[in-house]
Design a protein around this ligand. Structure first.
Ligand code: ADP
Ligand code: MG
Ligand code: ZN
Length: 501
């Protein structure tokens, strides 16, 4: 395939206005599926969570999952939406092998929630209003695995396998109105919006919200129009992007790709596109016109959903703290500077730090550990920091050991390695391995004398006020004691010695 021409990003923004629209699918964590009693569970043997309803056998009758409706109402309310007093399900007809019914049960002209709004803060600190058109309930499709071939896609595959465990799992799809005015920050806004939605569904505890498992996934619509033009440009829809970083990159890529085509006098094809994480590019999927006809019609096997006013108000009154307010509250409580706090948000460390502080650590040392050493280790292993085998309680204990002077930073990093290797809590590791800092004067003085033997001029230098000379001796002592010396005490002892001599 020919490589896309890309226009330089700044140049593209000088010529075109960016318009984006985001569709986010949230997979709910209900015990059972949307319309049947099959378990809604990730990672089971293929085709074990299936029944006549979710594989669409003739004569089977669906029943709506009340918990899923409750989740949809809660999310709708949290996003500032109106809740429809009555809402019907509809059949969206299409053939696809992972959807055995030949239609998806969804909502069309009567979504459960509509007309919401969110304020979304981007990394620069700017806040954008994002208008939400609708949030509707639907069911997920199964999962196809294309075997053979090297892309994992159906083209070039030898055969395909289908697993219906996910077919019928409840989804909420949240669709924004077109978003204008984000300019160069459109990619960041797209990612920040999805992050906020993810934080909402986490706070509501209605989804596992693990993006890498596809619990939250985003279709990113992007179009450009010449600056000053009224008419919206033709959009592309990059499908199923499932990490925040990828969303940002995919939107940015589409801006540069579309700009190059438009500037050369070409036109954009309205189509879906695939995001390729490895190449950092998108490629054409299927053409998709607004007039695509799914022959939606009301689902005759399900009665309309008619949540009572009382039920809606009951759900409203039990909504958790809004994630945006929670961020503000924690920043104030912790006393983090704006930049520090923004880094915490962008690295997704809020939960870890909150739990570490709750376990007794000072906010700054919790931040230091999670955004420093632990982020580095997670990154090196290609993992999420929350998947590291260390708990916030253990990090709090580690910070306390450093704070009290029992271990220094270097030893603490060593301790982290042993905790991750499963050797137990930091305090236990320190005890078992004898990793405490040596601040015993006798041992330190002996090591200092040894170091001075090969650097006899150092004492004179210190007396003359050239303190940098002390560094070499502290370094030698550290080395001799394998990093376990209390560096502060070594320095004190050295100065005492220089002044006595
Ligand atoms: P589809 O069935 O194609 O997925 P939806 O209505 O579900 O359509 O979602 C389309 C998304 O694209 C919405 O978020 C909408 O605001 C957005 N959108 C519509 N037109 C444009 C455009 N010209 N440029 C960018 N985004 C657009
Ligand atoms: Mg859509
Ligand atoms: Zn079933």
């Amino acid at each position: 395939m020919a490589k896309d021409q890309l226009m330089n990003y700044e140049q593209a923004l000088a010529q075109f206005e960016v318009v984006i629209g985001l569709e986010v699918h949230v997979e709910l964590n209900t015990k059972t599926k949307m319309f049947c009693g099959c378990r809604n569970e990730f990672g089971n043997e293929p085709n074990t969570n299936v029944c006549p309803i979710c594989i669409g056998l003739p004569g089977s009758l669906p029943v709506v999952n009340k918990r899923a409706v409750e989740s949809a109402i809660a999310l709708g309310l949290a996003l500032g939406c109106e809740i429809a007093p009555t809402g019907r399900f509809a059949r969206k007809n299409y053939f696809y092998p992972d959807l055995a019914k030949n239609f998806q049960t969804s909502q069309y002209d009567e979504p459960i929630a509509f007309e919401g709004a969110l304020q979304v803060e981007v990394p620069s600190g700017k806040v954008f209003d994002v208008l939400i058109e609708r949030a509707h309930m639907e069911e997920d499709a199964g999962k196809l695995t294309h075997v053979g071939g090297d892309t994992g896609r159906i083209q070039g595959a030898e055969y395909s396998l289908v697993d219906y465990n996910r077919a019928g799992v409840p989804l909420i799809e949240i669709v924004t109105k077109p978003i204008f005015g984000a300019g160069a920050e459109a990619p960041e806004l797209a990612a920040a919006y999805v992050r906020l939605i993810r934080d909402f569904v986490r706070a509501l505890d209605i989804s596992d919200a693990r993006m890498e498992r596809g619990n939250v996934r985003c279709d990113a619509n992007v179009s450009l129009r010449p600056i000053g033009a009224e008419k919206l440009g033709t959009r592309t829809e990059t499908k199923n992007v499932n990490s925040l970083r990828s969303i940002e990159r995919a939107v940015r890529y589409e801006i540069q790709r579309q700009a190059a085509i438009l500037a050369a006098g070409g036109s954009i094809t309205q189509e879906t596109r695939h995001w390729h994480e490895d190449k950092g590019s998108t490629s054409a999927g299927r053409p998709k016109s607004d007039a695509d006809d799914y022959r939606y019609f009301p689902e005759p096997d399900l009665v309309p959903v008619q949540p009572s006013k009382e039920w809606i108000e009951e759900i409203r009154s039990s909504l958790p703290e809004n994630p945006a307010q929670r961020r503000k509250r924690l920043q104030t409580e912790w006393g983090f500077a704006d930049l520090e706090f923004r880094d915490v948000i962008n690295a997704d460390l809020l939960d870890q730090i909150e739990q570490t502080v709750a376990a007794g650590a000072k906010p700054q040392s919790a931040r230091k550990w999670w955004s420093g050493e632990l982020a580095r280790l997670a990154n090196a292993e290609g993992k999420d920091v929350s998947d590291l085998a260390i708990t916030p309680e253990q990090v709090a204990q580690l910070a306390e050991l450093v704070e009290s002077g029992k271990i220094n930073d270097r030893l603490a990093r060593e301790v982290v390695g042993y905790v991750l290797a499963g050797e137990g809590d930091p305090a236990a590791v320190v005890a078992a391995r004898g990793l405490e800092v040596v601040s015993d004067d006798g041992a330190l003085i002996a090591a200092i004398d040894e170091a001075l033997a090969s650097q006899p001029d150092v004492l004179d230098a210190i007396r003359e006020g050239r303190m940098q000379a002390a560094g070499a001796v502290i370094g030698s002592v550290m080395k001799a004691m394998k990093g376990s010396a209390d560096a502060g005490r070594v320095r004190e002892l050295l100065i005492e010695k220089a002044n006595q001599a």
